[in-house]
Write a protein that binds this ligand. Sequence first.
Ligand code: NAD
Length: 385
Amino acid sequence: MFRSAIRTSLSKPQVASQRFSSGGSRGLKILAILYRGGDAAKQEPRLLGTVENELGLRSWLESQGHEYIVSDDKEGPNSVFQKQIQDADILITTPFHPGYVTPEVFNKAKNLKVCVTAGVGSDHINLNTAIDKKVQVLEVTGSNVTSVAEHVVMNMLLLVRNFVPAHEMIERGDWDVSQVARNAFDLEGKVIGTIGAGRIGHRVLQRVLPFNPKELVYYDYNPLPEEAAKAVGARRIDTVEELVSQCDVVTVNCPLHEGTRGLINADLLKKFKPGAWLVNTARGAICDKFAVADALKSGQLRGYAGDVWDVQPAPKDHPWRAMKNPLGGGNGMVPHYSGTTLDAQQRYAAGTKSILEKYFQGKEQEPANVIVGIGKWATKAYGQR
Ligand code: NAD
């Protein structure tokens, strides 16, 4: 009975103005799909984004009478995700171990009103279907953008300076300076460009400026605010093709959507400067995995680094795990963790709680956190529409 009261209240006109009434603050079913942390999560309670530590929300949610189901089991029709989503009111999931909300999942999820991304990047949800089904998509905008920007700068340095093969040589007990120095350069004096100059892209530009690059450039249909562009001295380039042809280092910092899926494919890779470095911490599916592996193998790319894969967890035979350039280096891949440092986990756990609290109290959400409002796009970051 309570559930039907919720549905009734959500279909009333006041929710269309993005004031979210839960029809009261008790009795909702909240499903969280998080990654399993194992011993690490038992020993380190600040690993909040894990199944074990449950974003720190259980006692708070249960004290208000809500049901809280947490699992990492998300694949296949018999998974906890697929079963529990059928009558969940709210889904929380993270980009690090996403519960993929496809149109089929939406069709099953009869009570679903809100999807919360504990982190940044909501491409695991079919956003067009969310609009059709009037399910809001909210994320903790900004919660891990500094964490990712730092990782991007680290990736640029480790590729350009040929760090990984140098370290592996030391672990093997070898010592051959020329073998690693023959493919090591300075970041200083290079042309560095970002595809996407939002929160992360802008922070990357700010952080690489002190390295004294030859030039900073960006491609984004939403230009940087004039003051921000001036402060970093970044030149805007009109097309992605032009950007990649001018850069020594390219970094991808845009969301995954219809306009960016497979954007970096064999054709575009041919337009890169020969021997360029590519860093992608945005989403794996923005790059064609086989085309990237081929470009690295041929030397067209000197290096590729990042932490995002299509799909996650990445299968054991994913070509990016072991791909190498002709000199046996150029691979800086790690599991998806750039945006889930302990500092970031604290921020996205607190942000998730704040989103839920506003929802329970029928208060307006922070506009920057709304990706999809009720029946409409609320962000301009997921492609030109
Ligand atoms: P943001 O919304 O602040 O900025 C994204 C920018 O990309 C916007 O300016 C938008 O106009 C631009 N953009 C969109 N489509 C584009 C295209 N086709 N070409 C060029 N630019 C385009 O987002 P953000 O906070 O900077 O995050 C960006 C993305 O990074 C997220 O959507 C997510 O996929 C990824 N991310 C990854 C991690 C991680 O842990 N690896 C963590 C956070 C975010």
